[in-house]
Design a protein around this ligand. Structure first.
Ligand code: NDP
Length: 250
C-alpha cells in the first residue's frame, strides 16, 4: 500500500519548484492533496488537470499566506471538502535579497510575513482539527541559511531561523497530543528562486556541496513524504538538512 493512502495533506506554494515536487510525490503516495498558489494560477490549473486526469486527488486553492484570515478560511474549506487534515506542509516562501544598508522595512516585513508569520497562522489554523483527530503531522520548509546565515539575506535567514525555533517549540507543545512537527532545511535546490543566481554564484555554491550537484525538488519531496508517513512516528522537533552535505548538523 502507498505510504499516505487515505491521508489529507495541505501544501502551501504548490504551483512551482519544491512545492510542485512535493504535491506530485504526496499524490503518488496516495494522499489527497490540497495545494495553494498565490499568483501562478495557470501553472496551478495545469498541474491539477494533469494529476487529476492521471487519477490522483489534487485540488488547488488560491491563498496569499500573508493573510491570516484567509489562511483560516482556507482550512475551513479543506475541512468542508475532505472532513479531516492529517498533514500540513508549510512550503511557500520568497526572497528579497539585498545588503543590509539597502534593505528596506518592506523587504524585511514581506519576507517575515510570507516565510515565518504564515507558518504560525497556518499551524494555528490546522490545530483544532488535528487535536480533535488526536494526530497530525506538520513539516516546515526552512533553509540551511537559517542555520548558517548569509550575506545579503538577513531578512530571509532570520525568517528561516525563526521557522526552526518555531518548529522546536510547537513540537514540544504538541507532542503529548500526538502532533509531530519537523523541519527540512534544503541547501541549493534548482528552482525559480535560485534561477536568479549568476553563474559565478552557482559555481561557488556547488563547490560547497560535497555531493557535487544541486538538489532537486524531488530530493526534498522524498523527505517530506517520509516525515508525513508512519515510518517517522518517533521523530519530532528535528531539522533535517537536504543539502548534499553542505551543512553537517551536530
Ligand atoms: P519558488 O520561488 O520556485 O516557489 C515559491 C512558491 O511559494 C510558489 O508556489 C509561490 O506561489 C509560493 N508563494 C510565494 N509567495 C506566496 C504567498 N504570499 N502566498 C502563497 N504562496 C506564495 O521557490 P522554491 O520552490 O525554491 O522554494 C520553496 C520553499 O523552499 C521556500 O520556503 C524556500 O524558502 C525554501 N527553500 C528553497 C531553496 C532553494 O534552493 N530553492 C533552498 C532552501 C529553502 P506563486 O507561484 O503562485 O507565486
Amino acid at each position: 500500500m502507498s505510504k499516505l493512502e487515505g491521508s489529507v495533506v495541505i501544501v502551501t506554494g504548490g504551483s512551482r519548484g519544491i512545492g510542485e515536487a512535493i504535491i506530485r510525490r504526496l499524490a503518488h503516495e496516495g494522499a489527497t492533496v490540497h495545494a495553494t498558489y498565490n499568483a501562478s494560477s495557470a501553472s496551478a490549473d495545469a498541474i491539477a488537470a494533469e494529476l487529476t486526469a492521471a487519477g490522483f486527488s489534487v485540488r488547488f486553492h488560491q491563498l496569499d499566506v500573508r493573510d491570516g484570515a484567509a489562511c483560516q478560511r482556507f482550512v475551513e474549506t479543506v475541512l468542508a471538502e475532505s472532513s479531516r487534515i492529517d498533514g500540513l506542509v508549510n512550503n511557500a516562501g520568497i526572497t528579497r535579497d539585498t545588503l543590509l544598508l539597502r534593505m528596506s522595512e518592506s523587504d524585511w516585513d514581506e519576507v517575515i510575513a510570507t516565510n515565518l508569520r504564515s507558518v504560525f497562522t497556518m499551524t494555528k489554523a490546522v490545530l483544532r482539527p488535528m487535536l480533535a483527530q488526536r494526530q497530525g503531522r506538520i513539516v516546515n520548509i526552512s533553509s540551511v541559511v537559517g542555520i548558517t546565515g548569509n550575506a545579503g539575506q538577513a531578512n530571509y535567514a532570520a525568517s528561516k531561523a525563526g521557522v526552526i525555533a518555531f518548529t522546536k517549540s510547537a513540537a514540544r507543545e504538541l507532542a503529548s497530543r500526538n502532533i509531530l512537527v519537523n523541519c527540512i532545511a534544503p541547501g541549493y535546490i534548482e528552482t525559480d528562486m535560485t534561477g536568479k543566481l549568476t553563474d559565478q554564484q552557482r559555481q561557488a555554491l556547488l563547490q560547497s556541496v560535497p555531493l557535487g550537484r544541486a538538489g532537486t525538488g524531488d530530493d526534498v519531496a522524498a523527505v517530506v513524504a517520509f516525515l508525513l508517513s508512519e515510518d517517522a512516528r518517533y521523530i519530532t522537533g528535528q531539522t533535517i538538512a537536504v543539502d548534499g552535505g553542505m551543512v553537517m548538523l551536530p
